[in-house]
Design a protein around this ligand. Structure first.
Ligand code: ZN
Length: 531
């Protein structure tokens, strides 16, 4: 029998743009169709033509609603895809709000660029897709229950398994031409609020495992321990009599915090304060959590998302009015402070010593959130220079991703795997760490590249049929601009760690010297033995 073939279109040696195409006979399905996110060179990949004809894709199997897995679906539909998008019911509900929200951001960004005076002579930028495309895509969602078998295209059988990552998240099991495949999607950690630990079948031919935190081991923190940490932070913030401002991601992190805050208020462990959720997307996502509350763990019997202390802020005026409250807890998006209503709360609260900014999520290099977290004394927000006098705090025990140990455990639980393990959805260091370990217990480990195509036979390792895109290698590896951004962001604190002003002066002088005479410096290094 002819084996199915796999083509990698994203999330290979990088963490975004998830998209795998599986072809069998004349039929083809996609697992995920995600947006590339990050530096401009990576985001440019979103505008490239698809490497396949969208009209010839029979179906999409969607692991979860995060944009790096679902965010190119509207473009796929705009370019002719008419099949079903198979996913859990919660994912179908979530993409009906997330995709149109993503489209509004795309439309806003395009309009903003077109207004810029320095682009006056250039052709206008079109948004990547429109809200209408997004709504059309969401309408193609075809919900299925976890572990129910279905036929996404003739010749394909599939099942979705709980991935424990966010509401609705699933791993995808796919069977075609006698070959059994399993795509992990993003995997959640142990001790995650709302969701059971990931589950999936064993005895597979080929498995695809995400590697996001493949080189990180987290201390195991139970839900009770995490709540105790949050309790201490909230108490300290409220004791300062200012506001507690928490930048949040609209999906999942907002609801995890609401669950924990409701619990602490109900137990009388923190003062009976008002909690404002100032993000229309977070409010809608919370309503979807409420709708699916029967499927969620840890909720208790009460309607925690309708807690009397919670206020979902809708209009912009109501949001601005929050600048006159004090002693409140304010959750606002976006989680990395790059856009959204969090920015006016920061403008208002950062200069106030009695306010507290509490980070509970990952802050990527180069974002406003990261700059504040790293101790900047002043920041620029919406063209204004703002002094940072507020307390800046962080809790890093909330996570939606499995760590190294949990990823390894997930792979081992799939044995026997008679073919290959593909390590996807991770950066080079994370993938390398997992590869070294996985090779101890699996016969074939593959680190694929975007553009590669593989035959996936039953009972034997995958065979590469086509090589990947070499032009992307430098885009996906860290370039000097990333290193520069990191150096610049940490330069001041690195210098402050030195012992004396004399040492700092010498360090600065030596940096200057290296930059000024780099060629001579290289030559000197080459003549030193062992350098
Ligand atoms: Zn995800």
């Amino acid at each position: 029998m002819i084996a199915p073939a796999l083509t990698i279109h994203g999330a290979a040696r990088t963490v975004t743009g998830s998209c795998f195409e599986v072809a069998f006979g004349r039929r083809r399905v996609l697992v995920d169709c995600g947006l590339f996110q990050g530096p401009r060179t990576i985001e440019a990949l979103n505008r490239e033509p698809f490497a396949f004809d969208p009209a010839k894709i029979d179906a999409v199997l969607l692991t979860h609603a995060h944009m790096d897995h679902s965010g190119l679906l509207p473009r796929l539909v705009a370019q002719g895809f008419r099949g079903a998008i198979w996913c859990t019911e919660a994912t179908a509900d979530l993409i009906s709000v997330m995709l149109p929200d993503g489209a509004r951001i795309q439309e806003y960004e395009a309009a903003r660029r077109n207004r810029r005076a320095d682009r006056a002579d250039e052709p206008p930028v079109a948004p990547l897709y429109t809200a209408a495309d997004a709504e059309q895509a969401a309408a193609l969602a075809r919900p299925v229950a976890l572990e129910d078998q279905f036929e996404p295209a003739p010749g394909f059988q599939a099942r979705l398994w709980n991935a424990g990552h966010i509401l609705g998240s699933a791993s995808v099991e796919l069977f075609a031409g006698g070959t059994r495949l399993l795509f992990s999607g993003d995997l959640g950690p142990e001790h995650k609020s709302f969701h059971l630990d990931p589950s999936a079948p064993r005895k597979l031919d080929h498995i695809f495992c995400e590697s996001t935190y493949g080189d990180r081991d987290r201390e195991t923190v139970t839900i009770a321990e995490r709540r105790a940490v949050l309790e201490a932070e909230v108490k300290a913030a409220l004791a300062r009599r200012g506001n507690l401002v928490i930048p949040v991601f609209a999906l999942e992190r907002t609801q995890e915090l609401l669950l924990d805050l409701a619990h602490l208020i109900n137990e009388g462990r923190i003062a009976n304060r008002q909690v404002f959720i100032d993000s229309p997307l977070a409010s809608r996502a919370t309503e979807i959590f409420r709708r699916h509350r029967e499927t969620l763990e840890d909720l208790g019997s009460t309607e925690i998302f309708r807690h009397p202390n919670f206020h979902f802020v809708e209009g912009v005026e109501e949001s601005i009015r929050l600048n006159s409250v004090t002693g409140a807890i304010i959750l606002a998006a976006s989680g990395m402070c790059e856009a959204g209503r969090i920015r006016h709360h920061l403008l208002h609260n950062l200069p106030q010593p009695q306010s507290t900014i509490l980070f509970v999520g990952f802050q990527a290099q180069g974002t406003l959130g990261r700059t504040i977290l790293e101790g900047a004394g002043r920041v620029r927000i919406s063209g204004r220079d703002v002094a940072v006098r507020a307390q800046v705090r962080r809790i890093d025990s909330y996570s939606a991703h499995a760590d190294r140990e949990e990823l390894i455990a997930w792979m081992k639980a799939r044995k026997p795997v008679s073919g290959s393990l593909f390590l996807t959805h991770g950066e080079a260091a994370a993938i390398e760490a997992l590869r070294r370990e996985a090779e101890q217990f699996l016969p074939s480990v593959i680190v694929p590249e975007i553009g590669e195509r593989y035959a996936l036979p039953a009972g034997a390792p995958a065979r590469r049929l086509a090589t990947g895109r070499t032009d992307l290698r430098h885009v996906l590896s860290r370039d000097w601009q990333n290193d520069y951004a990191e150096l610049a962001a940490n330069l001041k604190s690195s210098l402050q760690r030195l012992e004396s002003d004399a040492q700092r002066a010498e360090a600065v002088a030596r940096l200057r010297e290296v930059l000024g005479q780099y060629g001579a410096f290289r030559a000197r290094r080459r003549t030193k033995p062992g350098a």
